[in-house]
Design a protein around this ligand. Structure first.
Ligand SMILES: [Zn+2]
Length: 285
């Protein structure tokens, strides 16, 4: 009995230590040069980019208030510059929380639909002061960033940023590099997402910087579109045959893409999310 009690105490202490270390584990943060004056900022599994110009920095997603404060300091120390513009990729909290940290020196820019969602959902960030519908060019210190709305995809307000001097494109959450899409495709529009990827395929760039994971190229955009097209078309065909979600899961064949990251975990969820959305967007005979 005594030994059992002791074991329980040891287990409890181990558990408490594990919980405490998980809570206090410092986030992994890093700055990595992409090309020229463009840098990636990593905060655990989230990525944003920033462009350094002689007159200050054009930043993108702040990720959260602590990450934003860390990056602002790091930029001051390393480049001696202030953040002058912030461009949000889209309205989702996990990418754009903490914008208020930079708003004292920066003008905040986002798509007009993002502003609406940020206010409506009460995102913990700075409300964009400048919005646009199709396209916007930001110029600072002789450098240029093109902000392009390619259409609805993951949210109705996701924009891509093209850095012409660096030949790079920053595209968050609707293009995964060598990985399937995220879980059950939250906040997604079909078939718009597929059309939007084709628009991105028409843009001029060499380096693709996604919001998660390693950099890619145009070939990764094409592969991701082909994967999503396959999920879309097979699920739609199953719905038209009157198959249940369970039957669809059994029938669907995505083996051509089983080398993609998170395939086992997320591909079935991709199918489930697609099934639910397409079911709402059609009416059978
Ligand atoms: Zn998102």
């Amino acid at each position: 009995m005594h030994r059992v009690c002791l074991l329980l105490v040891v287990l409890a202490v181990t558990f408490a230590t594990t919980v405490a270390s998980a809570q206090s584990k410092p986030p992994k943060r890093e700055i990595v040069q992409v090309a020229g004056d463009l840098y990636r900022f990593h905060n655990n599994f989230h990525v944003s980019v920033f462009l350094v110009t002689p007159d200050g920095v054009i930043a993108t997603d702040p990720i959260n208030a602590d990450a934003a404060a860390w990056l602002e300091n790091a930029i001051r120390e390393r480049f001696g510059k202030e953040i002058r513009y912030v461009i949000y990729s889209h309205d989702h909290r996990d990418h754009i929380a903490g914008g208020e940290v930079w708003a004292d020196t920066a003008t905040v820019i986002a798509h007009e639909n993002a502003r609406r969602a940020i206010i409506g959902e009460q995102r913990p960030t700075a409300v964009p002061q400048v919005t646009f519908s199709d396209r916007l060019t930001v110029e600072l210190g002789g450098k240029r960033v093109e902000v392009i709305y390619p259409g609805r995809s993951h949210s109705d307000n996701l924009v891509v940023l093209r850095f012409p001097d660096e030949r790079a494109l920053f595209a968050v959450d609707f293009i995964s590099v060598k990985r399937v899409a995220y879980k059950d495709l939250p906040d997604s529009y079909w078939p718009d997402w597929l059309d939007t990827l084709r628009v991105v395929e028409g843009l001029d760039f060499d380096i693709l910087v996604p919001g998660h994971g390693p950099n890619g190229t145009l070939a990764d955009v094409v592969e991701h579109r082909a994967y999503l097209q396959s999920v879309h078309d097979q699920v739609l065909a199953a719905l038209r045959e009157g198959l249940s979600l369970e039957e669809t899961q059994k029938r669907i064949d995505l083996s051509a893409y089983d080398q993609l990251g998170m395939f086992e975990q997320w591909a079935p969820l991709n199918v489930e999310g697609m099934y639910r959305r397409l079911a709402l967007q059609r009416r059978g005979n």
